[in-house]
Design a protein around this ligand. Structure first.
Ligand code: MG
Length: 160
C-alpha cells in the first residue's frame, strides 16, 4: 500500500456581520470569518492537507481567489470537490486529524456535528476523523480574538 501524508494550515480574520462557519457548521457568535468563500478555516486547512498529500499544489491553485464561482461558496462543497480532484489523481482519503485554534467561542459542543459533516464530505467513516479545538491561553492574534486558525494532517492511500 502506498500512503502519503500532507499538512494544511489556514488563518482568517474575525469580523462583524459574517456568520461563523467551521467544519461546515454554523456556530453562534457575534463575528464570523472573513473570506472570499464562507471563510471556513477548518475546511481550508483540510483541503490543503489533502492536496499536499496528493502532491497537487494548494487550495489557491484549485480554487483561485477572486474566482466569482467561489464567492460566498460553502467550503464544505469545496472540500467535496477537492476529494473528487485527488480521487481523479488516484488517491483515496484514509485519515484526517485537525485542530481549530480559537480563543472564543467554546467549540466543544460543535465538534460532533463538524465531524459528521466532514465525514460525509471526505467519504470517511466518522472514526477516521479526529477533530480538536484549543486556545492559545490569550496569546497572539488568536488570543486577542482577531482571528481563528486551523491545522490539519491528512493521510491518503493510492487507489488500486
Ligand atoms: Mg482560507
Amino acid at each position: 500500500m502506498t500512503a502519503r501524508s500532507g499538512l494544511g494550515l489556514d488563518v482568517h480574520p474575525l469580523v462583524p456581520g459574517r456568520p461563523l462557519v467551521l467544519g461546515g457548521v454554523e456556530v453562534p457568535f457575534d463575528r464570523g470569518l472573513q473570506g472570499h468563500s464562507d471563510g471556513d478555516v477548518l475546511c481550508h486547512a483540510i483541503i490543503d492537507a489533502l492536496l499536499g498529500a496528493a502532491g497537487a499544489g494548494d487550495i489557491g491553485r484549485l480554487f483561485p481567489p477572486g474566482d466569482p464561482r467561489y464567492k460566498g461558496a460553502s467550503s464544505l462543497r469545496l472540500l467535496e470537490e477537492a476529494v473528487a480532484h485527488i480521487g481523479r489523481l488516484g488517491w483515496r482519503v484514509r485519515y484526517v486529524d485537525a485542530t481549530i485554534v480559537a480563543e472564543r467561542p467554546l467549540l466543544k459542543p460543535f465538534i460532533g456535528p463538524m465531524k459528521a459533516r466532514l465525514a460525509l464530505a471526505l467519504r470517511l467513516p466518522g472514526d477516521t476523523i479526529n477533530l480538536k479545538a484549543t486556545t492559545t491561553d490569550g496569546l497572539g492574534f488568536v488570543g486577542r480574538g482577531e482571528g481563528i486558525a486551523a491545522l490539519a494532517i491528512a493521510t491518503l492511500e493510492a487507489a488500486e
